[in-house]
Design a protein around this ligand. Structure first.
Ligand SMILES: O=P(O)(O)OC[C@H]1O[C@](O)(CO)[C@@H](O)[C@@H]1O
Length: 532
């Protein structure tokens, strides 16, 4: 069974469908016509449509990655760690969690999370994935693992044998891989962007090395691919719902699992939709929900997308069922169609470099010496523009008052984004804040782990509609870790990323509340208690 699309309560004007059919959008997309998104996008689109070929072209990866997995297993290297950000790690994580095979994903600069990955080295092989080959988090992870293997007594050749690299041809990482004698290097198709790379080497190599069935994913996608020129194919219908929904005021897409059998698909789709559409002051805001009845599922300007199930009322809702390989390709195709309907370029990410530049400058010039304006329990509150001017922080419930002030600052049809620069394993409870805040405010509330979201929804925050209010959480470190051959550690890198993003949002005049947890467990508990 390939992809099945169903829809309830969504009134997309017939004119939208007629326009797509008259313009032969389905056929032109499959033929990789780069003019579908306007003249300004044509150059980028012409080198970003390779994902349509992946169900066929990725098959050549299978023998090589299967042989490599057998080799590694024979050597007892059965702990696969993936170092990658955004499109270089989200899909493998979904594939492996769904298949129930073990993959350690390191997509954070939180020293606790890095330290947890730097264990069990005797069994560990590291996959370093980066399309650009110069993502600071991934390079830092690579350095830390080289150092750790050396400290464990491995020589240069043995260290190289513990690394598998996935990158674009000619990238800085491709050069580094050659220089370090990496065991295997997979050069990916450069005409595939990160958030469209689930069925490329970026999605399939780490997953297959961990034991997932990459061939099955490609077969599932190939079955859908046969239908993608049809004017009413399910992926086109999904694109019509997303793009047509936007045109009728539904600029938020709540993503919830309805029995898909997959795990974490919403986080992958969030990156795809947010980074593809959130630009030129518009876009679709994905809101990942942990249950169909979670707060936010039926917000007024929201389309509820049920992955793996039927539409769920009472508001407009869609249901998309089908195997994971078809879901990847179908949502990629739908997002490209939605980009056509929104009139934006779904393949660029013009605003992600800003926070990266700010981070680099802060690492070079030093972090701002900011002092909290108040400390209440385990929570330090930092000056956030004029947000707290009217808040009496001398009260014990000053934290709640501050959070209420932030929620009051969300403009009409706006959203509240929680950005947690914490350890998504050990501080997992922080994710409960999304539902608790959403229950308290009538606005959409999103949650992202920092700095991971910077490579995902970060584009939407800066390039999308300027209607966001932001809650940034940072946390005290138990211990820091050096970044080898760099004048800073992971803790400073994480803090610089948080500060760099605060700067980018402040430059846009966005309301932002920065809370630092002097004790992460107590601090998260305190925030949840303040809001219940
Ligand atoms: O694969 P790379 O080049 O390391 O980039 C990781 C991620 O960062 C982004 O470029 C955004 O910063 C995403 O588009 C991409 O998936």
């Amino acid at each position: 069974m390939t992809l099945r699309f169903s829809c309830a309560g969504l009134d997309v004007p017939q004119a939208v469908r007629t326009q797509l059919a008259d313009d032969d959008v389905a056929g032109r997309l499959v033929r990789k016509d780069p003019t579908l998104w306007g003249p300004e996008a044509e150059g980028e689109a012409s080198v970003r449509l390779g994902w349509l070929d992946l169900p066929a072209t990725s098959r050549e990866l299978l023998p090589r990655v299967t042989a490599l997995r057998a080799e590694l297993q024979a050597e007892g290297l059965d702990r696969v760690v993936l170092c990658g950000m955004g499109g270089s790690s989200l899909a493998p994580e979904v594939i492996c969690r769904t298949a129930g095979v073990p993959l350690v994903v390191l997509d954070s600069t939180d020293p606790g999370q890095v330290a947890a990955a730097l264990t069990d080295l005797a069994r560990t092989v590291v996959v370093v994935s980066s399309k650009s080959g110069d993502t600071v988090e991934t390079d830092s992870h690579r350095r830390a693992f080289v150092d750790a293997f050396a400290a464990a007594g491995l020589d240069e050749q043995q260290i190289g044998a513990r690394f598998v690299v996935v990158t674009d041809p000619g990238s800085p990482l491709a050069e580094t891989a050659a220089a370090m004698g990496a065991r295997a290097v997979f050069l990916a198709d450069p005409t595939v962007g990160g958030r469209y790379s689930a069925l490329s080497a970026f999605g399939l190599v780490p997953a297959a090395l961990a034991g997932a069935d990459a061939g099955a994913l490609l077969e599932e996608a190939a079955e859908l691919a046969e239908h993608l020129t049809e004017p009413d194919n399910p992926a086109l219908e999904l694109g019509v719902a997303l793009g047509g929904g936007f045109r009728t005021g539904r600029d938020k897409v709540a993503l919830v699992d309805g029995g898909s059998g997959t795990t974490g698909f919403g986080d992958w789709a969030e990156h795809l939709i947010a980074e593809s559409t959130g630009k030129q002051g518009r876009g679709l805001l994905p809101v990942v929900l942990d249950a169909p009845d979670a707060p936010g599922a039926t917000d007024p300007d929201t389309l509820l997308a049920v992955v793996g199930g039927d539409p769920l009322g009472p508001g407009p809702s869609i249901g998309v069922t089908g195997p994971l390989g078809a879901q990847f390709l179908g949502w990629e195709y739908a997002t490209a169609v939605a980009g056509h309907l929104l009139g934006i370029n779904p393949f660029d990410q013009p605003n992600v470099t800003e926070s990266k530049e700010n981070t680099r400058r802060l690492l070079e010039g030093g972090l701002p010496d900011e002092k909290p304006v108040a400390t209440i329990g385990a929570v330090e509150l930092f000056d956030s523009g004029d947000l707290l001017d009217q808040v009496d922080l001398s009260q014990l419930d000053g934290v709640r008052l501050a959070l209420d002030a932030l929620m009051a600052a969300v403009p009409p049809r706006g959203y509240l984004a929680v950005m947690a620069y914490l350890d998504r394993a050990r501080d997992a409870r922080a994710a409960e804040l999304r539902g608790v805040l959403a229950a308290r405010t009538g606005h959409a509330v999103t949650f992202g782990w920092g700095p991971r979201f910077l490579h995902s929804t970060g584009q939407y925050h800066k390039g999308g509609p300027q209607t966001g209010a932001f809650l940034q959480l940072t946390g005290e470190l138990d211990a820091d870790l050096p970044v080898p051959d760099r004048p800073y550690g992971f803790g400073a890198l994480q803090a610089a990323q948080a500060a760099g993003d605060r700067q980018a949002l402040a430059d846009r005049g966005r309301p932002l509340l920065h809370l630092h947890l002097t004790d992460r467990v107590a601090g998260v508990g305190q925030l949840l208690d303040a809001l219940r």
